[in-house]
Write a protein that binds this ligand. Structure first.
Ligand SMILES: [Zn+2]
Length: 233
């Protein structure tokens, strides 16, 4: 009798918070912080948070066994990683995993990972290193989305986009300077910006940097220009 009741109470114990329940039914209806975390494990931002959590330990420790979902749920840093995952998805950050790798390698504190200023810093290094054809491909995908929203041709972006939207697009690197400077219609946008707007995108479109980069990568410039011409932009 004693044995039996002990067995049944053990089997009705929540493995996450160690609370014991009268029956299986009350246990399954029970919810605690860690059990909630398990239930959330397939949400887009928590999946991203888990991958980044694993990456964090891979890059910072010599352990060869990857961290498990259980390690993640039990971690004191769970909330920090999930907050980061959420901000990546909500703000549609470019390559969140690469961003996370950059944060880890540069020793940025987890508590700061969701700050806009860090993303801006990362974005600038990303945009300046991205190969031209890749930048072009990515920009065109974005332009198609823009065209759908505005019911016009994506090739009309530089002549038709509002300058405030263009400032936002350039600052968030949706539009790469590879395209802005090398396609035939990019100048139409550049001439429409106000002085104040130019100040806001100066760090991204930094002409000195880009002209030097283009001069050092002549073949890539030819490829990008050619692709733009074929696409009619
Ligand atoms: Zn529990």
């Amino acid at each position: 009798m004693t044995n039996q009741s002990r067995t049944s109470s053990e089997s009705n114990t929540c493995k996450w918070c160690d609370k014991t329940f009268m029956s299986e039914r009350t246990l399954s209806a029970h919810m605690c912080i860690k059990k909630r975390r398990v239930a959330d494990k397939d949400l887009t931002h928590t999946r991203l948070a888990f991958r980044v959590f694993q990456m964090f330990y891979e890059l910072n420790t010599s352990a060869n066994k990857p961290k498990s979902q259980e390690d993640f749920v039990k971690s004191q840093y769970y909330d920090g990683f999930v907050k980061f995952g959420r901000s990546c998805i909500t703000n549609e950050y470019l390559n969140p995993e690469q961003f996370a790798e950059w944060l880890i390698k540069n020793g940025k504190k987890l508590a700061d990972w969701s700050k806009d200023s860090l993303y801006d810093e990362y974005l600038l290094t990303y945009v300046k290193k991205e190969p031209g054809m890749k930048a072009l491909e990515r920009t065109i995908i974005y332009l198609s989305k823009w065209a759908e929203e505005h019911e016009c041709d994506w090739q009309d972006y530089f002549s038709k986009v509002s300058t405030s939207r263009a400032v936002y697009d350039l600052r968030s690197a949706k539009i790469s300077p590879w395209m802005l400077y090398l396609c035939e219609t990019g100048d139409e946008l550049l001439t429409r910006f106000s002085t104040e707007q130019v100040t806001m995108i100066q760090h991204i479109i930094d002409a000195t940097f880009w002209m030097k980069l283009f001069a050092n990568n002549k073949e890539e410039v030819v490829d990008v220009k050619g692709a733009c011409k074929i696409a009619g932009i």
